[in-house]
Design a protein. Sequence first.
Length: 304
Amino acid sequence: MTLSIIIVNYNTRELLRACLQSVFEQTREIAFEIIVIDNASTDGSREMLRDAFPQVHVIHNENNRGFAAANNQGIRLATGKYILLLNSDTVILDRAIQKTLLYMTEHSKANIVGCKLLNPDGTLQPSCRSFPTPWNLFCEASFLYLLFKRTRLFGTYYMSHFDHNTSRRVDFVMGAFMLIKREVFEHVGLLDEEYFMYTEEMDWCYRAAQLGHQVHFTPAARIIHVLGGSTSNRQSYFDQLHLSQMRFIRKHFRGLKKVLGLSLKRFGIALRIPVYGLVGMLPGKRDLMKKSLTYARVLMKALR
């Protein structure tokens, strides 16, 4: 088997249907298997998979085990030489899987490869990022990354200075589409299951980089990613995102760097409470008031 495609699903029945259809339509020149891990969906995903895609290997979990743990279930079962971690809220465009695989085979040091992510309207979605440092955590916390997003100095974390039109080595690619050589998992290990959702791909790429494995981004392949398509609850999204980032800092930073990193994360969360609250008082900006309250709740958890 050349490729194993692993998809984690949680109540994204129609998105998953579109994802699987696009995989079969756009991936015809390589031998592949698809493994779907369903985290106890209640939206009819199980029946849809049974009726529409009987050729897909499906694992039904009795409870929501989280993104990292479910992916690990699929990785353990995978038989392919290459493993693709693919979000259920994606649509493959123009043979993107083959193109990414071709890039990997042509670049022997590219052990992990991501492609260009697009929003449903066709606009660019940030597809790769840099690992956190005290400096780029400060830029994010203070909104400098938004005010001067086109500069390398302030836009490093989100790589907003990079136009995504050239292939290059990066720190990590977004977990919506991550092609990996099987032997890298054998060397690095599986995803850290302490991350329930978000940041697990950054953690894993960081561990891979520590062992000498290169991560690459290529714009030759493109997919649509419905950002947040698998997370309908905004509070849950912000909770998981920021608390997972803090877990990364606790795990990988040491000494003063760790203290500074955690302080900057808390500062960034706290600053957004008054900023979004004040802007939310303006006409047409009521959603930001709700965002302010959401960040207040996140801060309470971040201070524990």
